[in-house]
Write a new protein. Structure first.
Length: 370
């Protein structure tokens, strides 16, 4: 079987949700599959000199540099199945198509998106539903949204949970922990801290997190810093306005996107990880924090509830007071903290990239009629 995969999302300078999904899926597909031949499509040369995908190595891979949508049908006509993991439906004929739909942000959280952006996203999802032979989703939440809003039948959707990258996110032993302290200290952080990881944009609800932190400082005089790690997204100015208005500004630290090996240090040292997003298709940082043995506070909505249920404290994302209380409960209750750490580690073990690769390969075979 010849399997073609669009890998453009893995080649961005900052590899976040979709890029991480595609990268880890590829990495594990090539670990478990030595029978089929893979064609990886990008717009630039890679692999010979490029080191952006250092772990992607296998004898049964060919790399195709293609001008997307020009001549693509000619080469893909030889493929048994084409997988686009980026929710970006290409103009392809005569090839079985698998598409991963990550979320319906434009529909579930349209705030800040222009009418043109929403209209384009709507056309794209309708195109995907019409042309895809199979749609992969990696949360029940996204499947529910697709079926409720677009009436997609069960037969067309496959639930394949994403995994957690345990090579990068794990509880550190004591020597590593001491080195992690030095790494975090190099960023000017020497105090206990509350951590958030994600793109700086309104949907992530960082504004309410800052308000909750202000309240914890005002009412409880906590000694912690708030560390926010992520690249700037759309409408980040609103968040920085709240930051600049905070009288505890000196205790709020913004850091740009960090690679996974650096993030692992912050996860392991954080006293609490907080992810109060208004909407997520999956929410990888929740699993990453679980995998590092950290107690988590997250939202009681969308996939945040699905991933966090029975292992994290769930809060109403629009309620900064409720968020404050949940954080404080963990800071003040060592038994609760230890219980959440244990449950989070247990929950993270349910999400395996190898299992995701096996199930995805099964989808390829089913679609290709094998």
């Amino acid at each position: 079987m010849k399997i073609a995969i669009d890998i453009r999302s893995t080649l961005k300078k900052t590899r976040t949700g979709v890029g991480q999904y595609t990268y880890n899926l590829l990495k594990n597909l090539f670990k478990i599959d030595s029978e089929n031949e893979y064609f990886l499509y990008s717009k630039i040369k890679l692999f010979s000199k490029d080191k952006k995908l250092p772990d992607i190595r296998a004898k049964n891979i060919r790399y195709k540099i293609d001008r997307f949508n020009r001549g693509l049908n000619k080469t893909l006509g030889k493929a048994s199945v084409f997988h686009t993991p980026s929710q970006d439906m290409l103009d392809i004929n005569d090839t079985k198509i698998v598409v991963t739909v990550h979320d319906l942000i434009f529909k579930m959280y349209p705030y800040g998106h222009s009418k043109d952006t929403i209209a384009n996203a709507e056309r794209q999802i309708l195109d995907t539903i019409a042309k895809a032979d199979k749609i992969i989703c990696y949360s029940k939440s996204t499947i529910s949204d697709l079926q409720r809003l677009y009436g997609v039948p069960d037969s067309k959707i496959e639930l394949v949970y994403a995994g957690v990258d345990r090579d990068n996110f794990y509880p550190m032993d004591q020597p590593e922990f001491q080195q992690a302290k030095k790494t975090v200290s190099s960023f000017g952080i020497n105090e206990n801290f509350i951590l958030f990881v994600g793109t700086i944009e309104p949907r992530k609800n960082i504004g309410n997190l800052i308000l909750a932190f202000n309240g914890l400082k005002d009412k409880n005089n906590i000694p912690h810093k708030l560390v926010i790690i992520g690249m700037k997204g759309w409408m980040y100015e609103e968040i920085f306005k709240l930051y600049n208005e905070s009288k505890y500004k000196s205790d709020i630290v913004f850091l740009d996107y960090q690679p996974n090996n650096v993030l692992n240090n912050f996860y392991n040292l954080a006293e609490v990880f907080v992810y109060p997003s208004f909407y997520e298709g999956f929410g990888f940082p929740i699993l990453e924090a679980f995998s590092c043995g950290r107690p988590v506070v997250t939202s009681n909505v969308s996939s945040c509830r699905e991933i966090g249920e029975q292992a994290a404290l769930l809060v109403e994302p629009g309620n900064s007071e409720e968020l404050s209380v949940a954080i404080l409960n963990i800071l003040n209750d060592s038994r609760l903290k230890e219980n959440l750490q244990r449950k989070g580690l247990e929950k993270s073990k349910l999400f395996s990239w190898q299992e995701a690769a096996l199930k995805t390969l099964k989808v390829y075979k089913e679609v290709a009629g094998q």
